[in-house]
Ligand binder design. Structure first.
Ligand code: HEM
Length: 692
């Protein structure tokens, strides 16, 4: 049952005016003078760690509009609630179309052979599913302090929850134990993450808010420095809250959701872009290729430079690298993986051009993109995911790839969206697997140089010198990652984004404490709720936490007052890994569930055979299935030898073999591939009718 439209519209108009008036009060100069909240057009101080953190967050004009529309809806709902009749009838409220950012669905032409850049039009029943700038979904009920939007602050006994950095110091202290995943496998996890998750940050216009340690603002969740912390030269870690969104496309007013600014799919959107402008900027428009550049003294191609990134550019000559995601240059290990995939795109485009000389640039770009995304999905489901969650869960969740046949399990009722529980907690498992050092190796995988994470975080120098990105990528193959446990490596735990800018308010971050604070910001319920969801027994006391080793249980008991207060990230990373999986039972389940939804809910999933326009021929598909990550590395780096599975360190079970012995994908199956009648690509104008 809904309230009459005119009545609601009035309330929304008034609420919009109130919000505008509030924003006017937040005058920029005034705020700077008061030293409270700084509105910046761009984060310009490249040495300020908080600017560096902000540079890996994203605010867009669209995300800010959605955030504002949610705020307006809350205000309007407050106004309407004061009305006695509404209170009595317990009527549900929904924003009128003018105030609902999701009201204008893209219209999709059918059938479409290629994915849309912005992720829309995948599901014929709901064209917005999977699109960039849509909300995360929930597996569990949110847990906000006020039930609507404020971060959880108080525990079960009414006392304040422990400070996230305090928890980090007591539970996530540094220790590195080698694991059976290669560091390549770990950073590939980050690469996947940047394909499908980027929460919008609250901001002004299209820049994230810059909080300060003295700010008491509802959109800041700074982490104060506890006593006895080595961070005692800084008051806090400044942290901006993620932007708000409605949780449903119908804009019914409920608890705060967060917004994913990039496409939810496994579609290499971090290579190709999540919007048409970015996608066009990355293309060369010649023979279907992506734009690349050369570096003096190095033979192969590299991603183009950009001046808009936030690399700490010591010399003013060495620049960041540009791809489809704003976080590309966050570290050079990540850049090196991006580089391999850009080269793979251009390698395939050249091969297709040789096979089909009559194809236009557009034909070559679209078909190459389709093949490269298929190769990428193939290595994820065939090689990477089994290393992470193990064969048993692969089977239980239907995640194994097929042999010789099509996959026929596509289900348009599956919601493929990333869940908040996955992106805010479970998929951050990779943070515990990172190591502080890395090795550069030559083409025979012989080490010749060692670096620390600090040397390559937002610092491009090592990309241009001493073997460059190729040697970093090869080094990731031989270094093992560290085990899944509560421990974080020192560089991430105590020195994240440290630049030596000792006059900055926040001089460095601690990633585990950010994860905990972010969980509260996003209204994640405590660990016990996660346990129930994945089928573990609800713990009544700390001693019931039998999946957690006794010594860690003891430490949890010292930090948290109640077993019901434990933050999800801390609780789940405390668990002993399941047999065959790198992860404990809670994160194994949530990760498996998410990759199931991304497979069964994606009409463009590479093995899907139920749509004749979209699917590959069986012969093409079987070629793609032959591919491996190691083969792709051999094709795009100077490598003579490599282990069979790039996601595990070399060992007797995973021997180093010659590149020549690895199977190749035969592209001859694409000779004469019929191309679709050119369809008009959807242009996103869904904001035309919006309220500002
Ligand atoms: C050197 C390596 C890495 C660094 C420095 C790093 C750093 C960060 C930072 C600063 C954030 C934003 C935190 C926040 O404000 O909430 C973040 C988010 C995240 N990271 Fe990492 N990370 C790394 C590797 C990884 C790996 C290996 C994985 C997974 C296998 C991963 C998964 C995630 C996820 C899922 C998010 C949330 C994304 C979102 O929803 O916006 N990261 N990381």
């Amino acid at each position: 049952q809904y309230v009459p439209d005119s009545y609601i519209e009035d309330a929304f108009h008034q609420a919009a005016q109130d919000l505008e008036a509030e924003y006017k009060l937040l005058d920029y100069d005034d705020l700077i003078n008061k030293g409270s909240l700084a509105r910046k057009k761009r984060q310009t101080d490249k040495k300020d760690p908080s600017s560096l953190h902000a540079s890996v967050l994203k605010t867009t004009a669209e995300s800010q509009k959605i955030h504002d529309s949610f705020k307006i809806a809350l205000k309007a709902s407050q106004k309407l609630k004061n009305n006695v009749t509404l209170k009595q009838t317990g009527i549900k409220l929904r924003a009128p179309p003018k105030f609902c950012p999701f009201a204008f669905e893209p219209s999709c032409t059918e059938p479409v052979k290629y994915r849309q850049i912005d992720g829309s039009c995948n599901n014929p029943g709901n064209s917005l599913l999977g699109k960039a700038s849509t909300p995360f979904k929930r597996l569990l009920r949110t847990a906000y302090e006020d039930r609507i939007q404020e971060p959880r602050r108080t525990g079960e006994n009414g006392q304040l929850l422990p400070n996230p950095r305090e928890i980090a110091l007591r539970i996530h202290d540094p220790m590195d134990t080698p694991a059976r995943i290669s560091h390549y496998g770990v950073i590939f996890g980050q690469f996947i993450d940047h394909d499908f998750a980027l929460s919008a940050a609250t901001g002004f216009g299209s820049s994230p808010l810059k909080c300060t340690c003295l700010t008491d603002n509802e959109d800041c969740i700074n982490i104060p420095t506890p006593d006895m912390d080595m961070f005692n030269d800084q008051l806090c870690q400044v942290l901006t809250r993620s932007a708000a969104s409605f949780d449903k496309f119908d804009c019914s007013v409920g608890a705060r959701e967060q917004l994913n600014t990039i496409t939810h799919w496994l579609d290499l959107s971090h290579q190709y872009g999540s919007d048409q402008t970015t996608a066009n900027k990355l293309r060369s428009f010649i023979d279907g290729k992506l734009r690349t550049m050369n570096i003096n003294g190095m033979e192969r191609e590299f991603m183009p430079n950009t001046k808009t990134g936030t690399c700490v550019d010591e010399t003013n000559e060495e620049l960041c690298f540009e791809a489809g995601d704003t976080r590309t240059s966050q570290n050079l290990m990540l850049v090196s993986i991006h580089t391999v995939w850009v080269r793979e795109h251009n390698r395939i485009a050249s091969a297709l051009k040789r096979l089909n000389p009559q194809w236009t640039d557009e034909d070559l770009y679209q078909e190459t993109r389709r093949i490269v995304i298929a190769e990428y999905q193939n290595v994820i489901y065939k090689e990477w995911l089994p290393v992470v969650i193990g064969e048993d869960l692969m089977r239980a969740f239907g995640l194994n790839i097929m042999h010789k046949r099509y996959f026929m399990g596509y289900d348009q009722d599956v919601n493929p969206h990333l869940s908040a529980e996955f992106s805010t907690a479970a998929f951050r498992f990779g943070h515990t697997l990172l190591r502080s050092t890395l090795t550069k190796t030559d083409s025979e995988l012989r080490p010749f140089s060692n670096l620390t994470l600090g040397n390559i975080m937002l610092r491009p120098t090592e990309a241009y010198n001493n073997g460059g990105l190729d040697s970093i990528c090869r080094g990731l193959l031989i270094d093992p990652g560290t085990s899944f446990d509560t421990h974080f490596t020192d560089e991430i735990q105590n020195h994240l984004f440290e630049t030596g800018a000792f006059d900055a308010q926040t001089k460095r971050f601690s990633l585990s404490s950010i994860n905990i604070a972010r969980g509260r910001d996003h209204g994640l319920p405590p660990y016990n709720d996660f346990r129930k969801f994945v089928g573990l027994k609800e713990a009544k006391t700390f001693d019931d936490l039998i999946e957690i080793p006794p010594n860690v249980r003891e430490r949890l008991k010292e930090v948290y007052r109640s077993v019901n207060d434990i933050d999800a990230f801390t609780g789940a990373t405390s668990e002993i890994p399941l047999p065959g999986s790198l992860l404990g039972p809670t994160f194994s389940d949530i990760v498996a569930r998410q990759f199931r939804d991304l497979k069964f809910g994606d009409r463009y999933y590479y093995e899907n055979g139920n749509n004749e326009t979209i699917r590959f021929t069986l012969k093409q598909l079987n070629q793609i299935r032959r591919g491996t990550m190691s083969r792709i590395m051999c094709d795009n780096l100077d490598l003579k030898f490599i282990q069979r599975n790039a996601f595990e360190p070399p060992s007797n079970e995973n021997p180093i073999v010659s590149c020549a012995s690895l199977k190749k994908v035969n592209l001859k199956r694409w000779r004469g591939e019929p191309l679709p009648v050119r369809e008009t690509f959807f242009s996103n104008n869904f904001n035309n009718n919006f309220f500002f």
